[in-house]
Design a binder for this molecule. Sequence first.
Ligand SMILES: Nc1ncnc2c1ncn2[C@@H]1O[C@H](COP(=O)(O)OP(=O)(O)O)[C@@H](O)[C@H]1O
Ligand SMILES: [Mg+2]
Length: 192
Amino acid sequence: MLNLVLFGPPGAGKGTQSEKLILKYNLVHLSTGDLLRSQIAAGTELGLRAKQLMDQGLLVPDEVVIGMIENKLQENQSAAGFIFDGFPRTVPQAEALDQLLAQHNTQITTMVALVVDDEELTRRLLLRGQTSGRPDDQNEELIRRRVKEYNDKTAPVAGYYNQQGKFAAIDGIGNIETIFDHICAEIQQASN
Ligand SMILES: Nc1ncnc2c1ncn2[C@@H]1O[C@H](COP(=O)(O)OP(=O)(O)O)[C@@H](O)[C@H]1O
Ligand SMILES: [Mg+2]
């Protein structure tokens, strides 16, 4: 099985690269952001609670996203592997993911982090906000808060995988195909 954590701040290109990776490797894409946005769209209780936090650029509680991932792993038992996009976003989430995967007799193959500077992130997210309809992409203040939340709570997750010898950083600026090739090369190396 190939289980990839695609890591990086909002706007780093995780969604963009995931679309290409799922086709090449036949993986199931698990984006907690997308899962939460569909709960919001469906008007569920969970969605209503999540929206209040997301609208402030804050993370949704660990147990909520861990529960969603647990359900998705259960539903996709015959998958060739998974891309985790936007998850884990805290060290406790990373620990929970290790436990869940162990229950399914598998583990994370590698984490690939897309490295993009704050100025480029802001530029991309404001551009995405013009078409995505995502309320959290539409003002610079909120984008700054999301990047701060990322730096405070999520960046340490890289160290968690690095300690396990499962971490690679890739330049996330430039041609989308080139970045994709670099990610594939890392996957190749980690799968050996
Ligand atoms: N290599 C890249 N160069 C320029 N823009 C990019 C690149 N990768 C992604 N983008 C754009 O940046 C925005 C954020 O990308 P996305 O994949 O949604 O990021 P994430 O899922 O990490 O938040 C999108 O509008 C996308 O088109
Ligand atoms: Mg995304």
